[in-house]
Design a binder for this molecule. Structure first.
Ligand code: MG
Length: 477
């Protein structure tokens, strides 16, 4: 008797002129190559998407051409905005590097876990507490590959390194590039610090790092990470080292903008973003990858031409003004979010935590207060707003609170080293819809005061918001 031959399901279907795609059985003849690719993409999209967060350093609200800069050209970011959603009222969680990064990665105000007090220096012994959940550690629970490329600035040694906080891989510098006598001959304490190290995971691989070649090296490593993990969900966090002072464009970009070294550094970031999006398209990953571009805090105007611009906004880095907190912000995910849309909705960098977890299918932690909300309903157009409150901490002090168009400043200061003013205990009130530059504090002499009399009503509303917020801090989380 002839032995019955075992035929696999795939072989049997092939004999019948059928193919399988994602579990579905389809007649091969009916599918063109493009249709097959389209169906493959559709099936892949049912999986959790890749997530990329591109985070410039000290880039101002007015520093991209799509946000109105006249002499810095950022065609790639402009195209990203044309293909996605550009936000005009997106604020970060703090107006200096360390707490802003903590807020982004944890979705929580840094004042909740001791990270609001300032920036980390090379001799700092503390860092992001290990009990904090980062986007990376949350996404690891769903099998994401996780990589951090660039400037970390949340702790210089274990247990505070990226690899202690959910990242499989780290390539970059542990703190700011000005914290060394070589890169910052003007001082500001840098003369006491060692040369800047370049790290791979938890090991120093070059010291002093060459800032002339740092940008392209980090970019290359990030692209390599995408290629290596193209067939599994990945989270790529790319905190650029540029255009933080000293701006350090690599050789190919020097002299390319009309805006000096600072403009050259921004244009190098733009180039890197463009190459990355091009690569995603080449790998057919564009519909499987949510990409978000923003910056950690506003421009450092102390450095004059070597610092950035907040455009029409008042203030700068380390202040509670919009210029310190509000950033260019662009979301990109072809086929999934709106295309070519400008949204004036209020949003926060902390929202990226909740958005990333929701996209990955990870439950948002319930054992702590999360300040971020999911941005997807806003980005898809399902909702016009997702939040109407923002808290502006400078160090551990609550400088200002926003509710709807109203922003109330309890304290102000003009720059990092300025004295804190409290205006004799009379908070300053601005309507940011009418006065985005925070120029006209509403007083009893203003027309709006007499016509709408918002002063007492809006201040009382915001004081209620503050009371509720402070109660959440007293709970200790
Ligand atoms: Mg910064």
């Amino acid at each position: 008797m002839e032995k019955k031959k075992n035929v696999s399901r795939r072989e049997a279907l092939k004999k019948l002129g059928m193919v399988t795609l994602g579990g579905a059985v389809l007649p091969k003849m009916l599918l063109s190559q493009n249709e097959t690719k389209g169906i493959s993409n559709l099936i892949r999209r049912q999986k959790a998407p890749n997530i990329i967060i591109l985070f410039a350093d000290d880039l101002g609200y007015g520093d991209l051409s799509c946000y109105g800069h006249p002499t810095i050209q950022t065609p790639n970011l402009d195209r990203m905005a044309a293909e996605g959603v550009k936000l005009s009222q997106f604020c970060v969680g703090a107006s200096v590097c360390t707490p802003s990064r903590a807020a982004l990665l944890t979705g929580r105000l840094p004042v909740r876990y001791g990270m609001a007090g300032g920036v980390i220096f090379p001799n700092t012994k503390w860092g992001l507490p290990t009990k904090e959940i980062t986007i990376a550690s949350a996404l690891k629970t769903k099998g994401y590959a996780t990589g951090c490329f660039g400037k970390w600035h949340l702790g210089n040694q274990s247990p505070y390194l990226p690899t202690d906080h959910g990242f499989d891989y780290f390539y970059g510098i542990p703190y700011s590039d000005d914290m060394s006598p070589k890169t910052n001959p003007t001082g500001l304490g840098a003369q006491y610090f060692p040369p800047i190290p370049l790290m791979r995971n938890d090991k120093v691989i070059e010291q002093p790092v060459s800032l002339d070649t740092l940008g392209p090296k980090i970019h290359t490593e990030a692209i390599k990470f995408i290629h290596e993990h193209r067939s599994q969900p990945f989270f790529l966090y790319f905190p650029y080292t540029n255009p933080h002072n000293p701006p350090h464009p690599s050789k190919e970009f020097r002299g390319k903008s009309l805006r000096g070294l600072y403009g050259d550094a921004v244009q190098e970031v733009d180039w890197s973003v463009g190459e990355m999006l091009k690569d995603l398209k080449k790998l057919h990953l564009e519909e499987d990858t949510f990409v978000f571009f923003t910056s950690d805090n506003g421009p450092w105007m102390y450095w004059k031409e070597d610092g950035g611009s907040a455009g029409m906004l008042r203030g700068q880095k380390a202040t509670g003004w919009e210029g310190g907190f509000r950033e260019p912000a662009i979301a990109w995910w072809p086929g999934h979010i709106r295309k070519g849309v400008l949204s004036g909705a209020i949003a926060s960098s902390m929202d990226l935590f909740t958005t990333a977890l929701s996209l990955a299918g990870v439950e948002v932690p319930k054992d702590r207060i999360i300040d971020g909300v999911n941005l997807m309903p806003l980005l898809t157009g399902e909702k016009q707003t997702v939040r109407d409150e923002l808290f502006y901490y400078v160090n551990n002090k609550l400088f200002a609170v926003r509710k709807g168009p109203w922003k109330l400043h309890f304290h102000t200061k003009a720059k990092w080293s300025s004295r804190i003013e409290n205006h004799g205990g009379q908070p300053w009130l601005f309507n940011l819809d009418k006065d985005p530059g925070e120029k006209y504090n509403l007083t009893r002499r203003s027309v709006e005061y007499h016509v709408h009399n918002p002063y007492t009503k809006e201040i009382n509303n915001i004081l209620q918001v503050v009371k509720k917020h402070l109660a959440t801090l007293k709970k200790g989380n």
